[in-house]
Design a protein around this ligand. Sequence first.
Ligand SMILES: [Zn+2]
Ligand SMILES: [Zn+2]
Length: 246
Amino acid sequence: MQTKAFNDPEAARETATKVREIKAALVRRKGGPFELETLHVEAPRVDEVLVRIVATGICQTDAHVRDQEYQTPLPAVLGHKGAGVVEQVGSGVTSVAPGDHVALSYPSCGHCRYCLSGHAPYCEHGFELCFGMKRLDGSNALAQDSVHGHFFGQSSFATYALATERNVVKVPDDMPLEFAGPLGCGMHTGAGAVLNTLRIPAGASVAVFGAGGVGLAAIMAARYAGASTIIAVDVNDDAPPMCVPN
Ligand SMILES: [Zn+2]
Ligand SMILES: [Zn+2]
């Protein structure tokens, strides 16, 4: 039982050294395929959360890294909008517990001036935490297999992902987890642009260029904010039905 492990110092030490076998979609070389392989992930450290992944979105950023348009080290487990069930938590984690349903989002350090002033998206260590493929102390929970992890603080193209308490968000138990994944990237990128950056007033007219995941989130946010006219612009004739005028 997990509870016993945290109450018993000896058991807790033993748990901390254990690794868990996982299956992950690994990219070994530039432009290569995502190949399912058996790997091993460390148990969560004090502020970390191990999540059993139920669903994960795929994003253009995953493709950029696979194609090495971003010079992120390979081989690597990518994936940065996972959703699942908390399996195990580090001893310092208080906001989620095993069994909680969570969405995973971008990481932040929690102690730079931006994090401390409530602006975690602008974290001074954000790029390093998203694309460095390791913890800020240089360690890597997938090191046993000589594979890079920690992509966006999660590497969710796997049966289990190691996140931190700062980048997991509890969601209702009855929310389908396949809907929760996109909340961690595309949804808050599009909605955040409209609600937090543009701060459109009620009655505004809005044009959204590109009706993919990010664009659709912007459209929904514009509707939520009370925009009077919303125009979706896309070169793809197969645009989702919600973008077709009626
Ligand atoms: Zn993304
Ligand atoms: Zn920070």
